[in-house]
Design a protein around this ligand. Sequence first.
Ligand SMILES: Cc1cc2nc3c(=O)[nH]c(=O)nc-3n(C[C@H](O)[C@H](O)[C@H](O)COP(=O)(O)O)c2cc1C
Length: 201
Amino acid sequence: MDFMDISKKRITVRQFSRTPVEEEKIQKILEAGRWSPTAVNGQPQRILVLNTPESLAKVREFCSFGYDQKYVDLAKECDDKDNGKVNFYYGAPFVLFVSYDKTACWTHPQSGESSGATDATIVATHMMLEAASIDLGTVWISYFDKAKAQELLRLPETWEPVCMLYIGYPAEDFKPNPRLSGHRKPLSETCFYNTIPSTEE
Ligand SMILES: Cc1cc2nc3c(=O)[nH]c(=O)nc-3n(C[C@H](O)[C@H](O)[C@H](O)COP(=O)(O)O)c2cc1C
């Protein structure tokens, strides 16, 4: 499959079928992440595969929030809504919980910034695109309670959570969210050759 086809095929799925994902496919996704570039090849990413009922129950716990009007579209796609709380879990059969080890990152000598979040984000992106190429749906999750996740998953202190990918076969009645998916700004608004157009009137 041409890369552009995979890139366009990948859209966010927030309704998953309960069909389990084959272990070979999970391994393929992890392998795609493994070959990602990282600063000085430090490979600080640490990925937890969560696919047992006990682990997924923990995800539901640290991905549950008070109902917020701002997320009304997403809340409609949630599999669990009670007592003014929404659970952003979407019925995924497995979750990749992506962190980085703070002791294994490159640090920018001038700014002192760590490469960890960038490295882990690149790894997650590669895994997301691999999943799309083998007909799996994904959603990138940043909105979760990181402190609660650290505690429930018993992450080592040096691990910093970055994001989660929920992965699975899309539900039969899955429809992309039209407010969030399927449209992009024109290149003229986000990319510039050599000079940045003046924003002054
Ligand atoms: C950094 C990042 C954080 C995101 N966080 C969430 C999230 O917490 N919950 C969610 O349902 N979707 C989340 N998304 C999915 C975006 O809403 C989605 O990618 C965007 O609307 C574009 O739609 P598309 O993926 O279908 O092209 C996130 C995506 C990115 C890249």
